[in-house]
Design a protein around this ligand. Structure first.
Ligand SMILES: Cc1cc2nc3c(=O)[nH]c(=O)nc-3n(C[C@H](O)[C@H](O)[C@H](O)COP(=O)(O)O)c2cc1C
Length: 144
């Protein structure tokens, strides 16, 4: 049984197309060794990645990726266990730099990434509102 993780993050600083290619190349090599597959998509200063493989390998990789200073605001979107089949069986780490390609077929993918980013912003804003609302509640609010 396999494990699959999906997350989004923001570039910590501007990364060139070459740097992204290099990052994905190194990732691909290591993933092959670990029997991990997936995709790494980037656009507008944002990453979206899917990692799938043996649970232990995916967890170790995730721990390293989460700490990587090249990106920030890493948000886990989902973590699924007990997966039987891979979504990307042939890709050690297929990298798609959406901003480096002038292909109309990729436009919908960019729109989806932009929508994820917008949703994420509103989630962060709403959780801020929730926090402040709790703070403003009178001291009598029930606590457990
Ligand atoms: C957005 C992003 C995605 C990454 N994806 C992978 C990956 O799929 N596989 C991988 O081995 N490293 C990936 N890395 C790099 C890891 O964070 C880490 O640098 C690497 O696993 C360290 O390997 P080493 O300890 O063998 O040198 C990624 C880094 C970033 C910023």
């Amino acid at each position: 049984m396999l494990k699959r993780i999906k997350y989004v993050s923001r570039f910590a600083q501007l990364l060139s197309a070459e740097e992204i290619v290099q990052l994905a190349g190194n990732a691909s090599e290591k993933n092959h060794r670990l029997d991990v597959t997936g995709i790494l998509m980037s656009s507008g200063g944002m990453f979206f990645q899917i990692l799938e493989g043996p649970p232990k390998a995916v967890e170790e990789l995730w721990a390293a990726i989460e700490r990587d200073p090249r990106h920030t605001d890493v948000l886990l979107l989902s973590s699924e266990e007990g997966i039987e089949r891979r979504l990307f069986p042939d890709w050690g780490m297929g990298a798609i730099d959406l901003d480096a390609q002038a292909d109309d077929r990729l436009e919908p993918l960019k729109a989806i990434l932009t929508a994820i980013l917008a949703q994420r912003r509103s989630m962060e804003e709403l959780s801020g509102v929730l926090e402040r609302a709790v703070w403003r509640e009178p001291a009598g609010i029930a606590r457990s």
